[in-house]
Design a binder for this molecule. Sequence first.
Ligand SMILES: CC(C)(COP(=O)(O)OP(=O)(O)OC[C@H]1O[C@@H](n2cnc3c(N)ncnc32)[C@H](O)[C@@H]1OP(=O)(O)O)[C@@H](O)C(=O)NCCC(=O)NCCS
Length: 158
Amino acid sequence: MDTDSVGTIDLWAADFVVRPILRETLSCFDEGDTLFVGQGLDDVRVAYVSSQASAGPSDCTCIRCQIYADAGEMWIANLRVAAPFRLQGLGRQLVTASERIAREMGIQIIRVFPFLVSKPFWRKMGYEPDPRAARVLLKDLSWQYVTHNGVHQMENTA
Ligand SMILES: CC(C)(COP(=O)(O)OP(=O)(O)OC[C@H]1O[C@@H](n2cnc3c(N)ncnc32)[C@H](O)[C@@H]1OP(=O)(O)O)[C@@H](O)C(=O)NCCC(=O)NCCS
């Protein structure tokens, strides 16, 4: 197997894509933050830990995603905002950044297996129950809210 690519994702391109998106999307982004983009068995893994918005090693603001290019889907495997930084929009920014990374990589579906207490947060982010799997939530990125003449509606942009 080509060690530089998984499916259609080139790891160098992934690193090239991910950092600018995080820089643009996260108000807490710092160039010295921990960022990992690497190859799993059949996926590309992206992990990010904020230095400015963390409150110690056991209370980090971080996100970890697994991208399965062949299946056209991303899993948000872990999302956490450090307790002192919650309800300031960072969770939304991290989800938005993940969705932008997914779009850039040609991924259409994002799935998450949420903690029960965080389900309302995910529903606010537009994630719906996955008809295929109990407790899993998903977002189909080809559908998005658009406004025509002041009317909000869902539109398939695929
Ligand atoms: C869930 C979590 C990531 C949210 O992060 P956050 O930075 O506090 O969220 P934001 O400030 O971006 O909130 C975005 C919106 O979701 C709402 N929201 C956030 N947490 C919520 C919760 N637990 N229940 C209901 N709504 C919530 C906010 O009020 C906000 O709504 P608004 O846009 O209408 O104002 C954070 O609380 C956390 O890390 N929790 C512990 C770990 C966890 O549950 N992770 C998810 C596992 S999959």
